[in-house]
Design a protein around this ligand. Structure first.
Ligand code: ATP
Ligand code: ZN
Length: 403
């Protein structure tokens, strides 16, 4: 079924099997990667209807058939045989009273506190930057509590590193590739004379670019694991911390400060025996529970899974859930009555220890875990709960930001 609007076409698809409530969000986010012509996608909360906004001149049976086939493929792969994970709630402070209930974006833009360069790319002004610095101070306090050593990592990550930890099959959709002009005088001259942007981007022919050797890094902790690869872990345990730019291409899901292509992550990372990693992950949660209470944030900590791509999703999400590998700090967004992950407590078992050959003194592979915070997101969630008027903020945040 379809009808034409001036913005394009609206196409409705009936899923071959109903999408259960716990998978509605996961399926919807994957529809962004189904076809370049899809401009918006929505799965009805009841899971029995999908509405696509499609950029196309005219509605044809062929267009419908192509989209239907791809969408059903996503649904079949993600839904069939999936079981409902039992959500474990470790902390629930979602009802903590907060004074604000608007979307802060409009006011942030109006005040010049946020300016958009392109989809998923934002510059931040002084108030938001100071607020992020305040949260960074809290995260550095967390790192100090574990005597974590500071590290700095590159923004680029070698393709061969990501290959070694199966990143290409787990998260292919969100990768950002880096290249440069081939080292060829003709190619470079040609580019210098003719490079120009049209509405789709640079007009440069693809064969002017060198083969991809590097990508923009999707996470911080991977760099630490790679630096420890193929050797025994010195002292048999390590606590580390680092902040870095991370990149995840989220297509039409990129929206305001909630979901960025280019964002910043602070991590506290533990490498060592299983007990050491799990105990520290739990201690970190308890430490952060006190910190977050002081910031006044309304949130809940609950079990979660990573956004694996379609083919990997069912198996990997079930695995993460069964072994309680991931817990997210989900802050309330009052203006849309939803929650947003502002951080996560992760345990990778000995996955990196095995794939990267990081060994403990007894010869067994090291276990790893990390506590990761999205800096733009935690600031955004705070502003969504407290607004831009610092007089309404909890005293500790107000004093830190305004002196
Ligand atoms: P893992 O150890 O499982 O690989 P990770 O270290 O990659 O985890 P995530 O849980 O994937 O960490 O991400 C950490 C935090 O980064 C999220 O809770 C969120 O706050 C932030 N984040 C992730 N993706 C985005 C995005 N597209 N835009 C803004 N912030 C993001
Ligand atoms: Zn991590």
């Amino acid at each position: 079924m379809s009808d034409t609007t001036h913005a394009g076409l609206t196409i409705e698809i009936t899923p071959g099997v109903d999408i259960p409530a716990h998978l509605v969000g996961e399926v919807q986010s994957k529809l962004a990667y189904v076809d370049e012509r899809i401009r918006a996608a929505e799965v009805a909360p009841s899971g029995d209807r999908i509405t696509l906004q499609v950029q196309a001149e005219e509605d044809t049976p062929q267009l419908q058939a192509e989209l239907d086939e791809k969408v059903q493929r996503v649904i079949d792969t993600m839904v069939k045989g999936a079981f409902k994970p039992k959500i474990q709630v470790l902390e629930d402070h979602l009802q903590r009273p907060t004074p604000y209930n608007q979307d802060p974006m409009q006011e942030l833009v109006a005040r010049g506190e946020v300016s958009q360069e392109a989809t998923g790319m934002f510059s931040l002004g002084p108030l938001v930057t100071r607020l992020i610095d305040y949260f960074e101070d809290q995260f550095l306090g967390l790192a100090d509590a574990f005597d974590a050593n500071p590290y700095r990592f590159p923004t680029l990550i070698p393709a061969k590193y990501l290959e070694r930890v199966n990143y290409f099959s787990a998260f292919p959709h969100s990768l950002s590739f880096v290249t440069h002009l081939r080292e060829d005088l003709d190619v470079i001259d040609e580019f210098a004379q003719h490079a120009a942007c049209d509405q789709h981007g640079l007009n440069t022919p693809p064969d002017s670019f060198a083969q991809v050797q590097a990508l923009l890094s999707p996470a911080v902790c991977y760099h630490l694991y790679f630096s420890l690869a193929d050797q025994p872990l010195p002292n048999g345990r390590l606590a580390a911390t680092a902040v870095g730019s991370c990149f995840r291409y989220e297509a039409i899901n990129l929206a305001s400060l909630e979901r960025l292509w280019n964002f910043t992550m602070r991590e506290v990372i533990f490498v060592g025996p299983k007990d050491y990693v799990l105990k520290n992950r739990e201690n970190a949660r308890q430490h952060m529970s006190q910190v977050l209470e002081e910031t006044g944030l309304a949130y809940r900590v609950e079990s979660a899974n990573d956004p694996f791509f379609i083919g990997e999703f069912r198996k990997q999400a079930a695995f993460q859930s069964a072994f309680q590998l991931k817990f997210e700090i989900r802050a309330r967004l009052p203006f849309e009555d939803s929650t947003l992950a502002v951080g996560s407590y992760n345990y990778h078992q000995d996955f990196f220890g095995r794939h990267l050959n990081i060994s403990l003194p007894d010869g067994s592979p090291a276990h790893t875990g990390c506590v990761a915070f999205g800096l733009e997101r935690i600031a955004f969630a705070f502003l969504a709960q407290y607004g831009l008027d610092v007089r309404d903020w909890p005293a500790s945040v107000r004093e830190a930001v305004h002196g």
